[in-house]
Design a protein around this ligand. Structure first.
Ligand code: LTN
Length: 200
């Protein structure tokens, strides 16, 4: 069965060997498999959940796409695009935000880590980040989403949202419930500056 694969990548800049081995190389393999239809989305709306310099962000978006192409993702075969250029992502996130429950989002461990001690000062965007991620995936009827450990919980939430939506509106199968593609675990590539840490 052919797979429709969706993945989002944050335009963080400073891409390094760890990113290549951890994610991009995997994307190239997925791109090369003729059974797959791949969509790679540079998620700038996710990036602005924490403060960004607009010029740097613009550069980072281009750098991310350039790295994809240089690494072997074929833009004629796979779709590479910029999230904020498609308004349906933000619109979908709003609608799904009315389906997702506070209790579900309160359990997201990444928010707890990123928000730190002072949750009152975290942006609402950072809190609802996984809802936007669900919109990304569900908009395209993706069948599979490559996930590393850090995104498993977010994909699980996306599945819950899709199921609740279909249930609430009595529309079985309207939103496709995506499956995880568990990424092969790569060795941790340690920083050359400090061998006890990973590059971020
Ligand atoms: N949250 C992900 C990026 C991301 C994503 C997505 C991944 C945004 N939307 C949709 C898969 C599918 C991250 O930080 N790696």
């Amino acid at each position: 069965m052919s797979k429709k694969i969706f993945s989002g990548v944050q335009p963080t800049g400073n891409l390094h060997l760890g990113n290549y081995l951890g994610a991009i190389k995997n994307f190239v393999d997925l791109n090369d498999d003729n059974n797959n239809k791949c969509i790679f989305c540079v998620v700038d709306l996710h990036a602005i959940t924490i403060k960004q310099d607009p010029h740097e962000l613009k550069n980072n978006i281009r750098e991310t796409v350039a790295t994809f192409i240089a690494s072997g993702i074929d833009p004629k075969k796979s779709i590479i695009f910029n999230q904020s250029q498609v308004p349906a992502h933000a619109e979908g996130a709003w609608i799904l935000g009315c389906v997702a429950r506070m209790g579900w989002l309160n359990r997201m461990t990444q928010f707890k880590e990123k928000a730190g001690k002072d949750k009152e000062q975290a942006s609402i965007g950072l809190y609802s980040y996984p809802v936007l991620m669900a919109a990304d995936i569900l908009l395209y009827d993706a069948t599979h989403v490559p996930v590393g450990n850090d995104q498993k919980q977010h994909l699980e939430l996306c599945r819950d949202i899709a199921q609740k939506f279909n249930n609430d509106f009595n529309a079985d199968g309207f939103l496709k419930v995506p499956e995880p593609l568990i990424q092969k675990e790569f060795s941790r590539i340690m920083s050359l500056k400090d061998g006890s840490k990973k590059n971020e």
